[in-house]
Design a protein around this ligand. Structure first.
Ligand SMILES: NC(=O)c1ccc[n+]([C@@H]2O[C@H](COP(=O)([O-])OP(=O)(O)OC[C@H]3O[C@@H](n4cnc5c(N)ncnc54)[C@H](O)[C@@H]3O)[C@@H](O)[C@H]2O)c1
Ligand SMILES: [Zn+2]
Ligand SMILES: [Zn+2]
Length: 361
């Protein structure tokens, strides 16, 4: 059997997205069909639409989602129809060299559904990050579904599926922020704001938010930033050093994805401190640093892929903290919108007006 549902499709480079009817197959072995309840609009969806990821148009966009499992294919035991799940783009394989070494958060062979979703004329769709959740229903690998407490709001929970997890994980997993640490976050959009919340959860003593937009700094304060720096008016490195006794922060998280902000992160960190790059650069970007400074300043220069998260470990834990009032996921939901408003949400994202617009179905 197949299902015809409404979904947001990007048909060509730079062209506005359109609402279309697509065909979703019933789940085969190892797959799950999920009825989507909410899906956040992430910068990566816009990158797909602009052809910045690859040329496999048409794309089925959306990948920060939560919903209810409708049916599962043969051999699926971890989730069952009726489960409330967050979709992830790291369904660990258990068999690649990273998994076998006990480091599944790096899994190099993650799963997606094998069967294709299509347009009505049979054209195969490429789901964004193997998910494609700006749709009434989507087909994923069962391992992409992580069951969490169903009393959580779907709009808030879905955000853990990408940007918010990437930010929180950059602080707690990759940066290994601990009690008493000083942390600076450069770029306080959805990802950076989540890194601030993560640093706070981990017990950081000082959390410095840096952005060029005062609106973002105001949200950062709500999420636990103890100090804010508008780097349009001030030198970010000097300001962070001043706020940390002249030394620099123990951990600096770069959440913009640009060479100049990476360089700020590099020099705004204390000797033997850690830099975490969670912002995603574009292919033409280059960075030049004196090698003696790389050596002489010591410490660790790390990248954070999806916050080095392990969905089965991190999603239920973070949802529990949310339900206990210790992690304000609702603060990331600037607005809820309908399925046909994704294009408008891209514009608002571009203008810096939102942390997250979330499609609610
Ligand atoms: N590593 C991962 O797994 C992962 C996952 C999701 C997103 N990302 C990446 O994280 C980055 C941030 O994503 P987002 O959704 O928060 O984007 P966003 O557009 O909401 O936020 C970017 C923020 O950076 C600020 N900014 C821009 N230039 C700046 C500068 N020179 N100095 C200081 N601040 C500056 C903007 O004002 C904005 O607040 C993107 O590159 C995105 O692709 C990475
Ligand atoms: Zn693996
Ligand atoms: Zn994303």
């Amino acid at each position: 059997m197949t299902h015809q549902v409404r979904a947001v499709v990007a048909r060509g480079k730079g062209a506005p997205v359109s609402l279309e009817t697509i065909v979703v197959p019933d789940p085969g072995p190892g797959e799950a069909l999920v009825k989507i309840e909410a899906c956040g609009v992430c910068h990566t969806d816009l990158h797909y639409r602009e052809g910045g990821i690859n040329d496999d148009f048409p794309f089925l966009l959306g990948h920060e989602a939560a919903g209810i499992v409708e049916s599962v294919g043969e051999g699926v035991t971890d989730v069952a129809p009726g489960d409330f799940v967050i979709l992830n783009w790291r369904a660990v394989c258990g068999q690649c060299r990273a998994c076998l070494r006990g480091r599944p958060w790096y899994c190099f062979n993650t799963h997606n559904a094998k069967q294709k979703m299509t347009l009505l004329d049979g054209t195969e769709l490429s789901p964004a990050l193997g998910i494609g959740a700006f749709a009434e229903k989507t087909l994923v690998a069962a391992g992409q579904c992580t069951k969490v407490d169903p009393t959580a709001s779907a709009a808030a929970a879905g955000l853990l599926g990408c940007g918010v997890m990437a930010g929180i994980g950059a602080a707690i997993n990759t940066g290994n922020v601990g009690r008493g640490d000083s942390v600076a976050v450069i770029g306080c959009g959805g990802v950076g704001a989540a890194a601030i919340a993560g640093a706070n959860l981990a017990g950081a003593a000082k959390v410095i938010a840096v952005d060029i937009d005062d609106r973002k700094l105001a949200t950062a304060e709500k999420l636990g930033a103890t100090h804010t720096v508008n780097s349009r008016n001030a030198d970010a490195v000097e300001a962070i050093r001043e706020l940390t006794g002249g030394h620099g922060a123990d951990v600096v998280i770069e959440a913009v994805g640009r060479p100049e902000t990476y360089q700020q992160a590099f020099y705004a960190r204390d000797l033997a401190g850690t830099v975490v790059l969670v912002g995603v650069p574009t292919p033409e970007m280059k960075l030049e640093l004196p090698l003696l400074d790389v050596f002489g300043r010591g410490g660790a220069l790390k990248s954070s892929w999806y916050g080095d998260c392990l969905p089965s470990r991190d999603f239920p834990m973070l949802i529990d903290l949310y339900l206990q009032g210790r992690l304000d996921l609702d603060a990331f939901v600037t607005e809820t919108i309908a399925l046909d408003e994704v294009e408008k949400a891209f514009e608002r994202m571009h203008g810096g007006d939102v942390l997250r617009s979330v499609v609610v179905l």
